[in-house]
Design a protein around this ligand. Structure first.
Ligand code: KG4
Ligand code: ZN
Length: 347
């Protein structure tokens, strides 16, 4: 059975195609992604309306290329992200998916984007056991408890304000480093001293824990602290080391992310930590997560970069797992939900 997945929740238009074998094995046939990132660069972040229009323009060419690469004319089922994500962007992808499903006369499955991020683990390794997933991108920062791919997940915690990638993008903007901020800060940080400036670690105090934020994140205080540091230096006529600011900022982000992720694994008794999202490309995050997982006897799984960022293959993969388990199609009247809960794998 061949399953096609469409992703359009943020700024990537993706179409992925997989083959599902009778024994439940899932194999990649195509994965084509177009990104509207450059169109958002001058705004310093994703502009929802621009993203929606870009999805509309990219959908047909991306679909054609994916079908060509897979060497098929039509799949046996079409899946699409129905949430969480940007309202307009979700509508474009889900509407296109339903249109293709109706035109090809095949069933439509509306799936959860976050379940897709977790599902890619099965494409590159053994089926994911009971794990914790740390999903970090420009749009999300979450700690999820995962029973297995395709099962309802449990949100252990999330960011109360900025997403981790958003914090990178905002700090890069205030340092005049351009957009997206993650890759350039990562590069500059490697030449700086991570201990040069003691930036705050959000939500790590005992009082935060008492208020129920053990597994939550907050990056807006850190972003403000970087801004204050730069402003003070300018006011006093001091020259700052951009490398040291980047390294110290990055250390604060990665320290909290990895400390909380490993602690969450211990809390729920998970033996695997899975990373996902664009920030999973970060060299320090990978290094520190590797060290801390090794110390705690936890296996760290990091999908290859094209599978960490948003793509259609992750949607096809999670749909394949659900179909294998006998899930019923969503039907063409199924809607989209920008704030879809993680407990809902399929609408
Ligand atoms: O998953 P993604 O491509 O798109 C969504 O946000 O949905 O993630 C993009 C985010 C951006 O905020 C970008 O700055 C960040 O991932 N990013 C990084 C790195 N590469 C990309 N952040 C830190 N270090 C990196 N090397
Ligand atoms: Zn995503």
């Amino acid at each position: 059975m061949i399953i096609l997945g469409i992703e359009s929740s943020c700024d990537e238009t993706g179409v992925g195609i997989v083959r599902l074998s009778a024994d439940g094995r899932v194999e990649e046939l195509a994965n084509v992604v177009a990104s509207s990132m450059e169109q958002h660069a001058r705004f310093g972040g994703v502009v929802p309306e621009i993203a929606s229009r870009a999805h509309l323009e990219a959908m047909v060419p991306v679909m054609r290329e994916a079908l060509d690469r897979a060497g098929i004319e039509r799949p046996d089922a079409v899946a699409a992200t129905v949430g969480p994500g940007l309202a307009g962007a979700l509508l474009v992808g889900a509407s296109a998916a339903k249109g293709y499903a109706a035109g090809w006369d095949v069933p439509f499955y509306g799936v959860n984007h976050l379940g897709g991020h977790v599902a890619v683990a099965n494409l590159e390794g053994a089926p994911l056991p009971h794990s914790v997933a740390l999903l970090v991108s420009g749009g999300h920062t979450q700690l999820l408890e995962v029973e297995a791919v395709g099962r309802p997940m449990k949100e252990l915690g999330s960011t109360l304000d900025d997403a981790a990638g958003e914090a990178y993008d905002k700090v890069a903007r205030l340092l005049g480093l351009g957009y997206p901020g993650g890759p350039v800060i990562d590069r500059l940080a490697s030449r700086g001293n991570p201990k040069a400036i003691a930036f705050p670690r959000g939500l790590t105090k005992r009082t935060d824990e008492e208020r129920g934020h053990r597994h939550d994140f907050s990056f807006s205080g850190l972003k403000t602290a970087v801004a204050r540091y730069v402003e003070a230096a300018e006011r006093e006529g001091r020259v700052i080391s951009v490398e040291d600011v980047c390294a110290s900022f990055q250390e604060a982000v990665c320290d909290v992310l990895t400390m909380k992720a490993v602690r969450a694994c211990k809390d729920v008794g998970a033996t695997v930590l899975l990373l996902g999202g664009g920030v999973a490309a970060n060299s320090r995050l990978r290094e520190l997560a590797g060290q801390r997982c090794a110390e705690a006897g936890i296996e760290l799984r990091v999908p290859s970069f094209p599978l960490c960022t948003d793509n259609g293959l992750m949607i096809a993969t999670v749909a394949a797992q659900l179909i294998h388990e006998g899930a019923q199609p969503s039907g063409l009247s199924a809607g989209t939900d920008p704030s879809l809960e993680v407990e809902v794998p399929l609408i």
